[in-house]
Design a protein around this ligand. Structure first.
Ligand SMILES: Cc1ncc(C[n+]2csc(CCOP(=O)(O)OP(=O)(O)O)c2C)c(N)n1
Ligand SMILES: CC(=O)[C@@H](O)[C@H](O)COP(=O)(O)O
Ligand SMILES: [Mg+2]
Length: 648
């Protein structure tokens, strides 16, 4: 991608760090917000990234860095997809054009990137725990001045982790301010009773207004023990008198303030300045609009969560144009196939934790709202809920992004595998996902799933296989938990709606015949092998290729045949080199006394950053070129060994 020069507005161009921002007058803050908004619209339109959430927190970001002494005061962003203004104001404006690009800055806060990034994020709902940890550390060090602020969205607030943290924060007596950025949206519209509750407090502000006035008044007085005690008593009286139902956050021991307009930077500065004077754990509820200031994004907030490149003038999102039919995204194969299966099998239910659009469960949710559910950002709950339904004979397809499934590991073992419940887990975004980077790569699923008993673990090489695996998973004789993992993005078959066929469990298949070298692959990475084989053929090298399809049960019969026939084995997977297919083959060889030469290709044992998937596959050495190079070098080594052998 070419570097397109985008000039910041005159005020923004003078601001490198929050110290510069703090020199501005109150009036200038409004101008700065406008320039920041314009700059982010410009940058994301040509370089891509998360969009609507960033436009929603411009005023908040400016106010936070204006009022608090960052980085001494510690600011923790939840998820971090909304931290672009924060990055731009904390020393990274000049490199912001590298956001999410290979070798560039991360799309999320990263401790290694800046001292202003107090905590690495990407997965949701960690901010309150992290900020509380920092606040407790400050208390332990005897620092009573330092402020700790967690900014969390209404979507992220639905997770159990956020509630665990509030439950603790409420009795912690720390300088913790939780800012609840409520825009009524997750990526898709937010769901659940909490959302209803937040709407309820938003629309009945009497009690909150009185409370706010009380604490503001007392904030101006010297905070003696007596006035604090008095305030608490008045507040308790107020609560009894005025609350329609007791405030949830108050019940958890947090002083609740708000709701206030999160786009009024002046109001935010005033409120945050007041709150800074009030010790103890507290929560400020702000109301914002996702996509604020860019009309198309305000109108369709889901589409503009991360829209890709767009024309900022007419709001047209760039689409790949091709004269020939293109393969579908795996997520759409999942969503449309599930709907098709559900039409034939009334036991089928669909569950997603907050990713109806990303996973394409939305197709079933639209057609069968009573059978397909978004449960919020609650991966643990999604898994155990599915297990509960399975006990009643339902066939649940629970779709979760591979990296988010890490959250629900215990539920997978304790609630599903040990009870051997036949839930189907469709793990989307498996393998290296691209620009979201380290936090989002589905690098570990094969490795973390393989030791779990009772699981069937599969990965399709293409759309047809994906459909057939999904079809097989719901057949009545499949009585075990069944995992199907597939990558982000497109498959390889434009014509993919083939009639369903059952896939024999634990059986691989031969894709290409060859000699000397056998390449064993699992999942979509098998297509890289096909490409590599084409390259090698031009050099007279013809490896055999086997698509294992199942990591568990492993096709032992096929492995015996392959290991007896081919001296050199290469395994290829879009997953960690440790613990996945390569490891399974190595263990099998050790168990059965095979001594073939084995090369394991996959994700290395280090953090892989962001970039285009092709760049990352190349870096990790398992794109077509990397596979071909591995085969060449193994054949070369073999020649050298046999030559040196003849010299002896
Ligand atoms: C554990 C986890 N599950 C799912 C996601 C995907 N995800 C990223 S942002 C988001 C919506 C967050 O909504 P909210 O916190 O309200 O922030 P907003 O985008 O509305 O500002 C979701 C579901 C994630 N990052 N982490
Ligand atoms: C921040 C976050 O977790 C999501 O917005 C994620 O970036 C979505 O990824 P996909 O684009 O793969 O759906
Ligand atoms: Mg939200």
């Amino acid at each position: 991608m070419a570097n397109i020069e985008i000039q910041p507005g005159p005020l923004l161009s003078q601001i490198e760090y929050p110290d510069d921002l703090r020199k501005l007058s109150r009036e200038q803050l409004n101008i700065l917000c406008d320039e920041l908004r314009e700059y982010i619209i410009d940058m994301v339109s040509v370089y891509g990234g998360h969009f609507a959430a960033n436009l929603g927190v411009i005023e908040l970001t400016v106010a936070l860095h204006y009022v608090f002494q960052t980085p001494y005061d510690q600011l923790v962003w939840d998820v971090g997809h909304q931290a672009y203004a924060h990055k731009i104001l904390t020393g990274r404006r000049k490199v912001f054009h590298t956001n999410r690009r290979y070798g560039g800055i991360s799309g999320f806060p990263r401790r290694s990137e800046s001292i202003y990034d107090t905590f690495g994020v990407g997965h949701s709902s960690t901010s309150i725990s992290a900020a509380l940890g920092m606040a407790m550390a400050a208390k332990y060090a005897g620092d009573t001045q330092r402020q700790h602020i967690a900014v969390i969205g209404d979507g992220a607030m639905t997770a159990g982790l956020a509630f665990e943290a509030m439950n603790h924060a409420g009795v912690s007596d720390t300088n913790l301010l939780i800012i609840l950025n409520d825009n009524c949206m997750s990526i898709d519209p937010n769901v659940g009773a909490l959302k209803e509750y937040l709407t309820d407090i938003t629309t009945s502000p009497t009690y909150n207004k009185l409370r706010q006035d009380l604490w503001r008044l007392l904030g101006k007085l010297p905070m003696s023990d007596i006035s604090r005690e008095l305030a608490a008593k008045i507040e308790a009286g107020l609560k009894g008198l005025l609350t329609r139902s007791s405030n949830l956050f108050e019940a958890l021991g947090l002083r609740y303030f708000g709701p206030i307009d999160g786009h009024n930077v002046q109001k935010l500065v005033d409120t945050l300045t007041d709150l800074k004077q009030i010790p103890g754990p507290k929560l400020l509820h702000i109301i914002t609009v996702k996509g604020k200031g860019y009309a198309p994004a305000e109108k369709d907030q889901t589409k503009w969560h991360a829209p890709g490149l767009f024309d900022k003038v007419n709001g047209e999102i760039q689409k790949k144009i091709s004269p020939t039919p293109q393969p579908p995204k795996y997520q759409d194969v999942f969503g449309l196939t599930l709907l098709e299966l559900a039409e034939q099998n009334d036991k089928i239910i669909g569950i997603t934790p907050a990713m109806p659009s990303g996973s394409s469960l939305k197709f079933m949710m639209e057609k069968m709202p009573h059978r397909a559910f978004d449960v919020g950002i609650c991966e643990q709950h999604a898994v155990t809920l599915s297990a509960g339904m399975a006990t009643q004979g339902l066939k649940v397809y629970c779709t979760i992004y591979s990296s988010f499934m890490q959250r629900a590991y215990d539920q997978l073992i304790h609630d599903v595998a040990i009870q051997d419940l036949p839930v189907v887990f469709c793990l989307d975004r498996a393998g290296l996902v691209g620009e979201d980077g380290a936090t989002h790569h589905g690098a570990y699923d094969l490795a973390y799933l393989r030791p779990i008993p009772n699981l069937i673990i599969s990965a399709p090489m293409n759309e047809e296989e994906m459909r057939n695996l999904m079809y097989t998973a719901q057949l009545p004789h499949i009585t075990h938990p069944f995992v199907i993992r597939y990558p982000r993005g497109e498959g390889v078959m434009p014509d993919w709606r083939k009639p369903f066929r059952e896939v024999p469990i634990g059986k691989g298949r031969q894709i290409a015949e060859g000699k000397e070298v056998a390449i064993l692959s699992i999942g979509h990475a098998g297509n890289f092998v096909t490409e590599a084989s084409k390259m090698l053929l031009t050099e007279g090298i013809q490896p055999a290729h086997f698509d294992m399809r199942f990591l568990k049960p492993l096709d032992e019969e096929l492995l015996h045949q392959v290991l007896q026939q081919f001296p050199i084995i290469v395994t290829v997977e879009d997953g960690s080199r440790i613990g996945g297919l390569g490891s399974a083959v190595a263990e099998f060889m050790a168990l059965h006394g095979y001594h073939n030469q084995l090369r394991i290709l996959g994700i290395p044992d280090r953090v892989v950053e962001h970039g285009k998937p092709a760049e990352l596959h190349h870096e990790c050495g398992y794109d077509a070129e990397g596979i071909a190079a591995a085969v060449r070098s193994l054949l070369q080594e073999k020649v050298m060994v046999s030559t040196s052998g003849s010299n002896c």
